[in-house]
Design a protein around this ligand. Structure first.
Ligand SMILES: C[S@@+](CC[C@H](N)C(=O)[O-])C[C@H]1O[C@@H](n2cnc3c(N)ncnc32)[C@H](O)[C@@H]1O
Length: 184
């Protein structure tokens, strides 16, 4: 099951540009392959740090977060017209079946993971659609990010995705993080 939720009191840390050390806009967009994307989902969007980078490249971007305060922080920064802020949890997504061409999460999978959450992602991402997961790795050093005990290893994340019916097409392991591209 997922681990502790990133606290609202630390929301400011999510806007620290040094985070691009671990995942850049360019890598995220390359993984998302957004050229034909009509509707995308940012899973656990927080203050919109990565949503703001992806929004210009997709038709509509739905940003899901369980903490309304995170959405308020994004709104204060200014949300583009094609961004929809939705309060809810991944394990009970407030969306119809097959609505997303792409979904992505950055540094969040370890917080939301549960079999029910993965089933909901499989339900709402259309057949052939993509799910990009970038997260802290249990194989990392633990020098940055959450404690190692609160992370999943690359193999565990792959197994979680496959159990929900996703096909993993690429797995990138790095010193502290992992990036996984999966298709429904
Ligand atoms: C570490 S922050 C990362 C935010 C954003 N993805 C980023 O990289 O800047 C994790 C976010 O996921 C949200 N979150 C955690 N579990 C969630 C769940 N089950 N459903 C929806 N949002 C969740 C938290 O509220 C928090 O805003």
């Amino acid at each position: 099951m997922g681990f502790h939720t990133f606290p609202l009191e630390r929301a400011g840390a999510l806007d620290d540009p040094s985070r691009y050390r671990f995942c850049s806009r360019e890598e995220l967009l390359e993984l998302l392959d957004p050229a034909p994307v009509d509707h995308a989902l940012d899973i656990g969007s927080g203050t919109g740090f990565f949503a703001a980078e992806v929004a210009p490249f997709v038709g509509t971007l739905s940003c899901l977060d369980l903490q309304p305060g995170m959405h308020r922080a994004y709104r204060r920064k200014g949300t583009p017209a094609n961004v929809h802020l939705v309060t809810g949890v991944v394990s009970a997504l407030p969306f119809h079946d097959d609505v997303f061409d792409r979904a992505f999460s950055v540094d969040t999978h370890h917080e939301y993971y549960s079999p029910a959450a993965m089933e909901e992602l499989a339900r709402t991402i259309r057949p052939g659609g993509g799910l990009v997961t970038v997260d802290w790795s249990a194989d990392g050093t633990g020098d940055d990010g959450p404690p190692l005990a609160e992370r999943y290893g690359p193999g565990e994340i792959v197994a979680q995705l496959e159990l929900a019916g996703f096909d993993v097409v690429e797995r990138r392991e790095r010193p502290e993080t992992v990036a996984i591209d999966a298709r429904r």
